[in-house]
Design a protein around this ligand. Structure first.
Ligand SMILES: [Zn+2]
Length: 444
């Protein structure tokens, strides 16, 4: 047990940062003591101590909120002096004093952890993208090139463990090991059922003006109809096989409602969707809810859609990812939690693969407005198919390189490589031919 002495302000925020970094990430039980006079965090046990200078909460004037543009760091610099292991510095300065039993660090790692995990910078966002999302380009770790590819929180926890060991704290074994977590959001379950035949064929003819291809399409349709061939989007068994090879489970997230043009390709209680869900469950894989386009600020919608998926699947549903990754900090977390969701996996930027929350590990969620921890876990999304091909317009080769870079970091920190691959992103009808190479490289 380590006693942590903290100043007498921003107590819920400081408590969350300390418990998350020390207990959740490093496995160390803590006893937090509020109200000492100095403006720093003091970690004490026996006659030893680690002091972390307060370069954030202590500097916010009395009665003011820290959630303000002016409190976001201007730049990130990488520490280069010995003892810091090249950590990125968000708050504080590069200064470290190490003696036999004591360490004093002037990088405020607690403020850094709080910034990355709560995503409070996103709650300020005046600028939004086409889908009312916080634009990746506005994030501190994207503005400072390269830092979206650094799991900053995991780096801090590794550093803290190293220091604790160095001055003789006997650390518990880290139990987490590297794993891949594969998931699929079922936006359009079957190509030939998603729209009437004439719409599909006509649409593709208008787009490509190629009558030969249209005839080929029609032949494919006939083959699927007569069960000679699989529907091009019916890649569910391939995905489950892939997950099983890596001794893991797929999670398929289904849409349980929605009225916008961004959904409506199926109804959750249609017999062929129920049959698909039954098949997934019979192979031992997981079902989650994919709350619809308009749900990200609407508790009732999330709850109804969760219940619709649960009732169609005949099992309870407690895991989710928002459609189009639409997310408002902290509202969406609040609504998810209030609807009975216990785990969300939305937080990755569509436009930038990597570590939006600075971590490759699931973490407890903190609601910056209610100033409390929620009974909800965020399992951050690191890799998504369309980020590579559509948003970043990378080739298959470039995508493999970037995906492997992310995977290396996750391996280094024994984290989870959370991957989203749509069932529709494996078929030649939409030009995804050979993109399975990226997915397979990520998984194996
Ligand atoms: Zn979706």
């Amino acid at each position: 047990m380590i006693k942590v002495y903290i100043p007498n302000n921003f107590i819920p925020e400081r408590t969350y940062a300390i418990r998350t970094l020390l207990t959740h990430y490093c496995g160390i039980p803590v006893d937090i003591v509020v109200g000492h006079n100095s403006s720093q965090y003091e970690l004490k046990w026996e006659d030893k101590s680690i002091v972390i200078a307060d370069h954030f909460f202590g500097k916010i004037p009395e009665g003011q909120s820290y959630i303000h543009e002016s409190h976001i760091p201007k730049t990130i610099v990488e520490a280069s002096s010995i003892g810091f292991q090249n950590i990125p510095i968000l708050f504080g300065k590069e200064q470290l004093e190490i003696t036999r039993d004591h360490i004093v660090c002037h990088v405020d790692i607690f403020a850094g952890v709080f910034f990355m995990l709560t995503r409070w910078e996103e709650s300020l966002g005046k600028r939004k993208d086409l889908h009312d999302r916080f634009p990746a380009a506005e994030a501190l770790v994207v503005k400072n090139e390269g830092y979206i590819l650094r799991p900053i929180v995991d780096e801090y926890s590794f550093l803290l463990r190293t220091w604790l060991l160095a001055i003789g704290y006997s650390l518990p074994e880290i139990s987490s090991t590297f794993k891949t977590v594969l998931s699929c959001d079922v936006d359009i379950p079957f190509y030939w059922r998603s729209k009437p035949l004439w719409k599909n064929l006509g649409g593709r003819l208008l787009k490509h003006w190629n009558i030969l291809n249209t005839l080929k399409d029609y032949k494919s349709f006939r083959a699927v109809k007569t069960s000679a061939d699989k529907d091009p989007y019916d890649t569910y068994d391939y995905l489950m096989d892939l997950a099983e090879k890596g001794e893991s489970k797929m999670q398929f997230n289904f849409i349980g409602g929605g009225k916008t043009k961004y959904e409506g390709y199926y109804k959750i209680d249609e017999p062929h969707i129920k049959a698909l869900i039954d098949h997934i469950i019979s192979r031992g894989h997981h079902i989650g809810v994919h709350p619809s386009y308009d749900s990200y600020k609407d508790e009732l919608l999330i709850r109804q859609e969760k219940e619709a998926v649960a009732s169609s699947a005949g099992i309870s549903v407690v895991r989710s990812r928002q459609h189009y990754l639409r997310f408002a900090v902290p509202e969406t977390w609040q609504k998810l939690s209030a609807s009975g969701i216990i785990e969300d996996s939305t937080l990755g930027y569509a436009a930038e693969p990597g570590f939006r929350c600075g971590t490759c590990k699931p973490f407890p969620v903190f609601d910056i407005h209610q100033r409390e921890q929620l009974p909800l876990t965020e399992r951050p999304l690191l890799i998504m198919d369309v980020s590579f091909r559509m948003y970043k317009k990378l080739s298959i080769k470039e995508s493999i390189k970037l995906a492997e870079q992310i995977k290396e970091q996750v391996k280094k920190h024994n984290g989870e490589l959370v991957v989203l691959w749509h069932n529709s992103s494996l078929s030649e009808v939409d030009g995804w031919t050979d993109w399975n190479a990226v997915l397979e490289k990520v998984v194996h």
